[in-house]
Design a binder for this molecule. Structure first.
Ligand code: AMP
Length: 290
């Protein structure tokens, strides 16, 4: 496995492989890799001839009050996981080479970024959309894999790739969970023992909502009430949002007609957790791409 740190060397490697007709798969990450990342890497490995994983803690998607400086950076074990999974290139760009003096262009996907994570974290999705567009321009992948764990992000990236004709196929992979249902996340290490014990309530609440819809319940107010009650069993969890939305536009629904995505974010002390579950009213034909 090669480690590449400059945009020029990365672009040259991809250009050479493309000329040889090799298909390039790409998994962008912020490192602190776990089995959720591993599942994206394995899928990309199976579907493409060559595989690039980027590890870059992107400053522009963090607000000044967030955890940029303390975000975990276990680079040695990250490289080991990549090597183990047959990654060809670990791209670890240096921040100054991605954002040199004078850098000024940004990418926004306004409607998809307006609600949920976008409302809670202003500028976050502009940071994500801009860095992903840049990484696509450097790595020039044929296929890029994103986790359903960050559903809004994946939908937004799919939109920007299409809108800007980036020539990359975007695929979403299911969320990998701990045995008790907690979605794996690089930030779970911040949870103390008490917080870790109650953290699965978020996935349980979303699952309760999912089961209601799969049992035929279409009334969103009733579903949201059950989800909220599930979480409020623990007084130390604060709900930021729990919503039943259209899976493509992410606009909130009042009635589930067919498919929905259930989105949730909670705060446990200073830690934010997000999760989601897809759901479908039984017996209806699908009209979406999900
Ligand atoms: P991050 O390193 O958090 O920026 O995540 C990199 C990629 O891994 C994103 O596409 C995430 O959605 C995906 N990812 C993170 N956690 C999980 C998980 N538990 N299951 C599946 N994919 C995940």
């Amino acid at each position: 496995m090669k480690t590449i740190r400059t945009t020029r060397a990365m672009a040259a490697w991809s250009e050479r492989l493309r000329r040889e007709g090799v298909t390039i798969g790409f998994v962008p990450t912020m490192g602190a890799l776990h089995d959720g990342h591993r599942s994206l890497i394995r899928t990309a490995r199976l579907r493409c001839d060559a595989l690039v994983v980027s590890i870059f803690v992107n400053p522009s998607q963090f607000s000044p009050t967030e955890d940029l400086s303390t975000y975990p950076r276990p680079i040695t074990s990250d490289r080991a996981l990549c090597r183990e999974e047959g990654v060809d290139v670990c791209f670890e760009p240096i921040a100054q080479t991605l954002y040199p003096q004078g850098f000024q262009t940004t990418v926004t996907v306004p409607a998809l970024a307006r609600r949920w994570e976008g409302a809670a974290r202003p500028h976050h999705f502009t940071g994500v959309a801009t860095v992903v567009t840049k990484l696509f321009g450097i790595v020039r992948p044929h296929l890029a894999l994103f986790g359903q764990k960050d559903y809004q992000q994946a939908v937004l990236v799919r939109q920007l790739a299409e809108d800007l004709n980036l020539g990359v196929a975007i695929q979403m992979r299911p969320t990998v969970r701990e045995r008790d249902g907690l979605a794996m996340s690089s930030r779970n290490i911040y949870l103390d023992a008490d917080e870790r014990r109650i953290a699965p309530l978020l996935s349980q609440a979303l699952r309760a909502g999912q089961e209601m819809i799969e049992g035929g319940m279409s009334n969103v107010a009733a579903i949201e009430q059950v989800m909220r009650q599930t979480i409020e069993q623990a007084p130390t969890i604060h709900v930021e949002y729990l919503a039943v939305c259209d899976p493509n536009s992410l606009e909130p629904l009042s009635v589930v007609a067919n498919r929905a995505i259930l989105l949730g974010a909670v705060r446990l002390g200073s830690i934010r957790l997000i999760d989601n579950r897809p759901a479908k009213i039984p017996g209806r034909k699908s009209r979406t791409t999900q």
